[in-house]
Design a protein around this ligand. Sequence first.
Ligand code: 13P
Length: 353
Amino acid sequence: MSSSHLESVARALVAEGKGILAADETVPTLTKRFQTLGIQSTEQSRRTYREMLFTCPDAAKFISGAIMYDETIRQKSSDGRPLAEALTAQGIIPGIKVDTGAKPLAGFPNETVTEGLDGLRERLRDYHAMGARFAKWRAVIHVTDALPTFACVSANAHALARYASLCQEQEVVPIVEPEVLMDGPHTIDRCEEVTGMVLHSVFHALFAQRVALEGMLLKPNMVIAGKECARSSSEEEVAAATLRCLRRHVLPTVPGIVFLSGGQNACLASAHLNAINRLPGPKPWKISFSYGRALQDPALEAWHGRDQDLPAGQQALYRRASLNGAASVGKYTAEMEAASADDPPHRRDWRDD
Ligand code: 13P
């Protein structure tokens, strides 16, 4: 595949008014989320849940691609088609998480490096044969006054770049996700400093590994104060700091930036995306979403493991997807949100993986 084909897939993933559904939780993570709602986690219940998301009527108006986990891409929908095919039939591009998780970084307490490079070429080949046209790899950066270390940032940047170049070799668009966590009491200024440093290091590594920037997407955190920070930031502050940081560190050749939600509640994740898109001045990339929790939580809550509530789950996903679709073009308003339970108390401590 030429880099122009990779570029056309990357651009399709950030088509006007659309973003990505991240539904690639590992079995233990999805099991934890199910358990908080009293839903049994079995291969069958996970399959039913993912089928509900992937066959949501008209979701393709706002969802360009969906990221699956290894178990999911091997599962079939109730009509016997592989779930990847069910997505394609809807006009949604199938994607796959290919890292094997953030593991303790030897010699660096409280820091992690994301693993999964061993055998990645072969796994990408298999996933491509199963229909995947894009992939995801998430690096995790912890923030304190002293962290991250240079060693942690450079080890994660190197792994992200090696992953991205293998993806492109195998005709798969890499989503490069360096996540600076919201955990902790750090200020928005500290988040901006660390996010800038991490992005700089990631782009340096991507250049060194000859990654074609036009054939990838960046999935960063927003620049935002830590969850335990005494001073919370306004939507305008988050938007201004995020765009400033991206302008300084993300080359304009990248077709799109798709944010993770990172533990923000669903409404705030939409409001922030909207505020960023409404800022004046140059934005050389499409700016959209690749949300997990902020898209799925209301749908999971509405479904609650009950067959009769599958349509309610799909309606909830459709609603959140349409609101984020509006935010991706700066047309979201707070009035579009009815009083809702989008941030039920049980999920405030949920983490991603
Ligand atoms: P959240 O939006 O829940 O942070 O998840 C997105 C994701 O895919 C993180 O890897």
